[in-house]
Design a binder for this molecule. Structure first.
Ligand code: AHR
Length: 330
């Protein structure tokens, strides 16, 4: 394992001064479980879970990119629980990894563990999701999408779709995991985009936890409670796909009787879009691995990196999905 840059420089100096001396060792490194200086960067990655197609693609991107970059990856799956992620991060600190990266399940409650990493001089990179910590020195950078913009794109499409119409449009919303950055931001971005169109009304909004099963379950409840639903806005493809099952089981035609907008653009979502069951998808790219590994190398060397790195993303109509599907990587 590679010690942090300053320690490596110090080690080099010591080596020059005293041939044969073992440079770069820190106090406590000889304790059981302490890092070995094998010249490789070790990254501890605390993943959210395996809740969606997006997450599966994101995990694969990170694992593939780490292997390609020669980075030793320690990976943990928090099963959508913040306490599991905190435990994993504490473990990585105890193991003296060179860098910690994680995608926080929810936005708040990270200050203590991030401070522990900072005190241990282990740089932290946020990837995919943000934290709401006021102290931005607790992490080096945040790599990922702008979820507010994603929600806004979804709302803008809907406003255009109903332009010039004044009849009430009843919208139901399937939110992502409660308290998560994508759920908070996709909700607010969408609400902002439709606020100038009084006929577009969100009549029900509930979490489906980003999973297909919950998306189906909540949509079933929406359908029972609301005789007239015109639009479904789902914060990800998986919840939208679950909802499609509920809509079909209720004898309605997804994409026709109920217009559907989702976020992600994973293959299953794009397939449903291309056959007309979804009307519009806002892309959220999970392919963050290569950029994350580049950033990891830089922060371990002590180089300054941009504090916010935005992912480049697009949107898809049904026609665009047909064209894009054959080359879709995830
Ligand atoms: O944080 C990104 C979101 O998490 C994706 O949009 C969703 O599918 C995933 O579970």
């Amino acid at each position: 394992m590679l010690k942090r840059w300053s320690a490596a420089v110090l080690g080099g100096v010591l080596l020059l001064g005293a041939l044969g001396a073992c440079g770069g060792e820190k106090e406590g490194d000889s304790a059981p479980g302490a890092a070995k200086d094998d010249g490789k960067i070790t990254m501890g990655f605390a993943q959210v879970g395996a809740e969606s197609g997006w997450r599966t693609a994101n995990t694969k991107s990170i694992q593939d990119a780490a292997a390609a970059a020669g980075i030793d990856l320690k990976f943990s799956d928090a099963q959508q629980k913040q306490e599991n992620q905190i435990k994993a991060i504490r473990n990585y600190i105890a193991q003296k990894v060179d860098v910690i990266a994680f995608s926080p399940v929810v936005e708040s409650g990270w200050d203590t563990v991030l401070k522990e990493a900072k005190d241990a001089k282990i740089p932290v990179i946020l990837t995919d999701r943000a934290v709401d910590s006021k102290d931005t020195t607790l992490y080096k950078t945040f790599l990922g999408s702008d979820f507010v913009v994603e929600g806004k794109k979804a709302g803008d499409w809907l406003v255009k779709e109903y332009a010039g119409k004044t009849d009430p449009v009843n919208i139901v919303e399937l939110q992502g995991t409660t308290g998560s950055a994508p759920a908070n931001d996709r909700k607010s971005g969408f609400a902002d985009a439709i606020k100038a169109s009084p006929n577009l009304k969100i009549i029900a909004s509930q979490t489906g936890d980003f999973t297909r099963a919950k998306g189906k379950e909540v949509m079933e409840a929406f359908l029972k409670a609301n005789p007239k639903i015109d639009v479904l806005y789902a914060h990800n493809d998986d919840m939208g796909l679950g909802a499609i099952e509920a809509i079909e089981a209720a004898g309605k035609k997804p994409g026709v009787d109920i217009k559907i907008i989702t976020v992600d653009a994973v293959k299953d979502g794009m397939t449903a879009l291309s056959v007309g069951k979804i009307n519009y998808i806002v892309e959220c790219s999970p392919l963050l691995g290569p950029q994350l590994m580049d950033l990891a190398k830089k922060v371990v060397k002590g180089e300054t990196v941009e504090p916010r790195i935005l992912t480049v993303e697009t949107t898809f109509t049904q026609e665009q999905a047909k064209a894009a599907l054959p080359d879709r990587k995830y």
